[in-house]
Design a protein around this ligand. Structure first.
Ligand SMILES: Cc1cc2nc3c(=O)[nH]c(=O)nc-3n(C[C@H](O)[C@H](O)[C@H](O)COP(=O)(O)O)c2cc1C
Length: 188
């Protein structure tokens, strides 16, 4: 069964990201074409990158890196749930991404963002990062404005349009995760 990780890219107290990631996960688990798991970066506390060798070499020394690598390696594709911080993604998500390399390669990536303008600028940065990691980023994006999709900027009340957009995004992530499977097969 295809496995998709939904990565919650915010760890701060009072984060809005938890509601967003749980909403995506709740929609996802009603599907039968893949398994979906919510991955909360709070459960993978990573210091600022502290591996002595570049991630492209895959020779991880630290237990926290090995645990993170094992989790990410178990997926075929991802939905990144990202806030917008200073016109980019969160530092904690970028740091978690930087820790690994092969574990991201040849997998699909979709983005759900939120912020003043729906987190659109955070996702533009993440798409550049995805390219370097040999990830296939799907076109559909879910961008939740704090002004219209949240009450008091803090209670998620997504419109029907965005529920449908999550469905399309998951369609695309699962399809590309499956299509890239031959590239992920271990070399003979
Ligand atoms: C450090 C920081 C920087 C932010 N910068 C932006 C920004 O550049 N653009 C924007 O639209 N919202 C910005 N915001 C608002 C966040 O997108 C909003 O607070 C969101 O809920 C943060 O996600 P979180 O609650 O899951 O941490 C910023 C918030 C923080 C904490």
């Amino acid at each position: 069964m295809t496995r998709i990780g939904i990565i919650l890219g915010s760890t701060r107290p009072n984060r809005n990201g938890e509601q967003v990631a749980k909403w995506v996960h709740d929609i996802a688990v009603s599907r039968t074409d893949a398994e979906f798991e919510l991955v909360d970066l709070r459960d993978y506390p990573l210091p600022h990158l502290d591996e002595p060798l570049p991630p492209t070499m895959g020779q991880y020394q630290n237990e926290h890196t090995k645990k993170w690598a094992e989790k990410i390696a178990s997926f075929d594709g991802f939905v990144f749930v990202t806030p917008e911080y200073n016109h980019s993604t969160s530092g904690v998500l970028k740091n978690a991404i930087d820790y690994l390399y092969t574990e991201w390669n040849n997998k699909a990536a979709g983005f759900v963002s939120y912020g003043g303008v729906g987190g659109a600028r955070a996702v533009e940065h993440l798409r550049l990062v995805a390219g370097e990691l040999q990830m296939a980023d799907v076109r559909q994006q879910v961008a939740l404005s704090l002004m219209t999709e949240f009450e008091n900027f803090s209670v998620l009340k997504p419109g029907e349009y965005n529920v449908q957009a999550v469905g399309t995004l998951l369609d695309q992530v699962v399809a590309w995760s499956d299509a890239l499977a031959p590239l992920r097969a271990p070399a003979a």
